[in-house]
Ligand binder design. Structure first.
Ligand code: HEM
Length: 466
């Protein structure tokens, strides 16, 4: 009798396994196949994963295992080197694109593709004038808002203050008696820098009160968008509200200062620009738009840069011969400096050729933004495959950066690969591309160069746990 129960249990488990693996597991794939069966072109190869969650668990598993490229490598092994795959991620049916020409095609096509970030990111990064407007209005706002950080002339103005921030921060870090958390400290450096760039003098309050709240927002970006106590997304939304509450009075105060003529003579910063800006119909921005833009730019302007700084230090520390060569270049710059010159000049930054290759290599290997997200606004045929209207398109730059076809021995951190080399179109996308190309790329590189100049010359990092 006992044996009979054992057999029944085994048979039941087997039946459940077959049901789950063969039926439930494939349900998503069948569903979309049936739904789109009358379309002219087929969906690309790939795997739609489990109902509702799609391939999210596999994605999380691969990204947290320290082998983030497994997710794409598995697709390539299973379905061939197609450069385009169907999947289901972050709550949406999606197409992954990881071939340079196709990536460029999507990034450059503002008619058939719009921004398509997951719900969690959309709500946390809500910023109507940059996101929910027509393409021409986006261009108009983008040009005005990013004027303070585009071009060398604009950036030169910040060099001295960036230098002070870096020198003081490194001094402070080196005098600490306990180990530091590198990313957290790099966020403080890049946050101080971006607040200075965008908000000039009225910055102390912001630096003191909201820097760490941005980390909650960052943590919520790829979380489950559930606004209930205990969930990461809930905490992130609360932090965003807290930041808005602090930013609004600062905007009001500046508005009052301008009205009373107390702000004349000072250089225009982002807040002045935002208070003056008009849309294409000549209307000024609402208070909420101003505060959203300010929060968005402060966030975009420091989180990624901090991650880049952290990886630069880690890669240099892990590769002593590269560190030595980079340090020698910085020493040479000091040797050539006239005795009367006391500070870094933009000209010297431009002479840091090897360091710029180090930074490029960090951007390639660290893949700070693993993918950019778009949504198809109509059915599109790419290379004979269908991207259905409403589906998300993930431009998976990480896969291109780590592909030995474009970067021989791609796993190796080797800044010298950039000697006399310029990446072919679509193969180097750390800052995205097309009309949404990151406007802060040059600023991020300048900040990183200034930081590494002083770090290489005067400091060393000993890793405790990496
Ligand atoms: C290493 C540092 C940085 C990286 C890796 C990075 C990466 C990116 C990427 C990939 C995009 C394109 C997003 C898309 O196409 O959907 C982007 C957009 C953007 N970035 Fe950066 N970024 C960095 C630093 C900065 C800095 C310093 C700022 C300064 C404000 C900034 C401001 C922006 C803005 C405003 C956008 C949106 C542009 C638009 O929609 O027109 N970023 N960034």
């Amino acid at each position: 009798m006992a044996m009979q129960w054992v057999y029944i249990s085994i048979a039941t488990l087997l039946a459940c396994y077959i049901f789950l693996n063969k039926f439930v597991r494939n349900f998503n794939g069948w569903y979309y196949h049936l739904k789109l069966r009358n379309k002219e072109y087929p969906l690309p190869p790939g795997d739609m994963g489990w109902p509702l969650i799609g391939n999210l668990l596999a994605f999380i598993k691969d990204f947290s295992s320290g082998q983030p490229d497994l997710f794409i490598t598995n697709l390539i092994h299973k379905y061939g080197r197609n450069g385009i795959y169907k999947t289901h991620l972050f709550g949406n049916p999606s197409i992954i694109i990881c071939e340079p020409e196709m990536c460029r095609r999507v990034l450059l096509d503002d008619v058939n593709f719009k921004l398509g970030y997951p719900k969690s990111i959309k709500e946390l990064a809500k910023c109507r004038p940059m996101i929910d407007v027509s393409n021409s209005e986006h261009r108009h706002f983008r040009r005005l808002i990013t004027a303070p950080i585009v071009g060398h002339k604009a950036l030169e103005v910040y060099l001295e203050r960036l230098e002070d921030i870096v020198i003081n921060s490194l001094e402070e870090l080196s005098s600490m008696k306990h180990p530091i958390e590198l990313l957290k400290e790099m966020k403080k450096v890049s946050f101080k820098s971006i607040v200075h760039v965008f908000m000039g003098s009225s910055n102390e309050n912001i630096i003191k009160h909201i820097g760490s709240s941005f980390t909650d927002i960052y943590n919520g970006m790829f979380s489950i968008p559930l606004n209930a106590p205990g969930f990461t997304f809930h905490k992130a939304l609360k932090s965003r509200k807290k930041i808005a509450k602090i930013v609004q009075p600062i905007v009001n105060e500046r508005r009052l200062m301008i009205k009373n003529g107390e702000h004349v003579g000072e250089k225009k910063d982002l807040m002045d620009i935002l208070l003056e800006i008009k849309d294409e119909n000549g209307r000024k921005l609402e208070d909420e738009d101003i505060s959203d833009l300010l929060i968005g730019l402060l966030f975009a302007g420091h989180e990624s840069t901090a991650t880049g700084l952290m990886w630069s230090i880690i890669y240099l520390t892990q590769h002593p011969h590269i560190m030595k060569k980079a340090k020698a270049e910085q020493e040479e710059i000091l040797r050539k400096r006239p005795a009367s010159q006391k500070r870094l000049s933009l000209n010297e930054v431009k002479q840091m050729v090897y360091l710029s290759h180090v930074i490029n290599e960090v951007l390639r290997c660290a893949n700070i933004a693993f993918s950019t997200f778009r949504e198809a606004t109509s059915d599109i045929n790419i290379n004979g495959y269908l991207i259905p209207k409403g589906w998300r398109v993930l431009i998976w730059a990480r896969a291109i950066h780590m592909d030995s076809l474009y970067y021989p021995n791609a796993e190796e951190f080797n800044p010298s690969r950039w000697d006399d080399f310029s990446a072919k179109a679509g193969t180097f996308l750390p800052f995205g591309g097309g009309s949404r190309l990151c406007p802060g790329g040059d600023l991020a590189k300048l900040e990183t160069s200034v930081f590494l100049h002083y770090f290489l010359l005067n400091y060393r990092l000993t890793s405790m746990n990496y």
